[in-house]
Design a protein around this ligand. Structure first.
Ligand code: UDX
Length: 447
């Protein structure tokens, strides 16, 4: 019997944050495109359901909801450790109740790696659990092998004194400065590192590791993970809605982009929930305006700073269809906080990136962008100094958007090469495409 003809019922459990939910939903959509016979229950809080309900999705993906037992999305940025604690303590029971009520019962669980308790739930329900890691494989390896940092006297460490020290012992990970590791040396990062390390180690107990990376972009570290685990490790990235780009779309900002010269617009987005300090934001906004470069800016409600912006200087939106924007021919650069989804979207769209990391994995991602892949630049000063001035920012932006300089040309050539790698990975028979097929076959066999 063709395994694809069996009825798989996948319970998809996202960590309740935009970057995580998007990555899991995109994977679910891909699975459903590949196997229209699959049934997927996408499990979110009532609050997240209100955010997501209107988004288009295939008919075989259903939402199943549980009460708002965790703080609202808005409080995530204010109290990250508290947010994580409540995910560890308040989410499991209502999700278990819900899973036990699903009809038909789930045949597999696809859960964000941060939901460590999902592994135990799968055991109780006697179904396999695939752990979805929505950050880079590099960051996974760093967290999984966190002991090495301690053994080598690199944790804890005061980055103001030791930030330049090089770490070269994480399996498959290229040399990295202490300052470029995830921001777990102080503040909120320090308070949540235990949770992140535990999450990575819990993967030992799952039946699959699914990474939203692209094999060819991180092959050395992914090869070490494949050797380490006795179960399949599948890269399926980028987990972004490239499969929806064919459908036509128009709105005010896309029409504005249509009227702009090729490669002339800087797209500015700092992800879904974090921001730099208010004083720094003042400098950034003033600096970008002073650069004279036209911009499309995702202000997420912070509109007061942009009152003087007209359509000659730029366009400000609350939220946008990011991948579609990045793929627009008018976009010539992407100012990003270096979230993993945004990083891969920039590569997929072939747009050079200017990285300004704010928190956590955005530091190693920005290092990858600027140094490993050489598809962008970053503000070296970030993290090390209090305020970067508007004058410095204006100069930096002008240089970054200059596609004629040697540096500008090299960066653009390089990002085109990586774009090609990404497109090949998701095309029929490519590494990500084949891995999605393999995962589907695997969970069919488990039926
Ligand atoms: C955070 C981490 O930084 C990231 O590395 C991790 O993988 C998930 O949690 P976030 O800050 O939300 O994520 O950034 P990112 O990973 O870039 O995800 C943001 C998502 O929102 C992207 O898929 C992006 O396309 C989308 N987005 C953003 C929009 O669709 N529209 C917007 O206007 C802005």
């Amino acid at each position: 019997m063709d395994p694809m003809s069996k009825r798989i019922h996948l319970a998809a459990l996202p960590y309740p944050g935009r970057g995580h939910i998007n990555a899991l939903m995109n994977l679910c959509k891909l699975l459903s495109l590949k196997n229209p016979n699959i049934l997927i229950s996408f499990i979110v809080t009532d609050e997240w359901f209100t955010f997501l309900a209107a988004d288009p999705k295939p008919q075989n993906i259903h939402f199943a909801t549980f009460p708002n037992v965790i703080p609202s999305e808005l409080r995530r940025a204010d109290d990250f450790p508290g947010f994580i604690r409540s995910i560890q303590t308040h989410m499991e029971a209502p999700v278990e109740t819900l899973l036990r009520r699903l009809d038909p019962p789930p045949t597999a669980i696809l859960a964000d790696t941060f939901l460590t308790w999902a592994v135990q739930l799968g055991k109780c329900l006697n179904v396999p659990v695939a752990s979805l890691w929505p950050m880079s494989a590099t960051v996974f390896s760093i967290l999984y092998h966190f002991d090495l940092l301690e053994e080598n006297g690199h944790f804890p460490a005061d980055l103001s004194e030791r930030g330049e020290e090089i770490v070269d012992y994480f399996p498959g990970v290229s040399k990295i400065r202490l300052a470029d590791l995830p921001s777990f040396f102080s503040g909120n990062g320090l308070q949540s590192v235990g949770f992140a390390v535990k999450s990575a180690r819990f993967v030992d107990k799952s039946q699959f590791l699914i990474s939203t990376s692209v094999y060819e972009l991180e092959s050395s570290v992914i090869d070490t993970l494949k050797e380490k685990f006795p179960f399949p490790v599948y890269t399926i990235g980028p987990s972004t809605p490239y499969f929806e780009l064919e459908s036509s779309a128009t709105n005010d900002y896309l029409r504005w982009l249509d009227s702009q010269a090729e490669g002339s617009v800087l797209y500015v987005s700092q992800g879904s929930y974090l921001s730099v300090s208010s004083a720094q934001m003042d400098e950034i906004v003033a600096g970008v305006k002073a650069s004279g470069v036209r911009f499309l800016w995702v202000a997420r409600g912070d509109d007061d700073r942009f009152k003087d912006v007209d359509r000659e200087t730029g366009m400000v939106v609350g939220w946008c269809d990011q991948l579609r924007v990045l793929c627009h021919r008018a976009i010539g650069g992407f100012w990003t906080h270096g979230g993993w989804n945004s990083t891969l979207e920039g590569v997929f769209a072939g747009v050079p990136m200017l990285a300004w990391p704010i928190f956590w994995d955005q530091f190693p991602n920005s290092k990858k962008i600027a140094e490993d892949w050489k598809v962008g630049v970053r503000f070296k000063a970030v993290g090390g100094r209090d305020l970067v001035s508007r004058v410095e920012i204006a100069e930096f932006v002008k240089r970054f958007m200059n596609s004629e300089s040697i540096e500008g040309r090299e960066m653009r050539n390089r990002v085109s090469e990586l774009q090609e790698i990404c497109r090949r990975a998701v095309a029929k028979g490519g590494s990500s495409d084949s891995n999605i097929d393999a995962f589907l076959s695997h969970i069919s066999v488990e039926l």
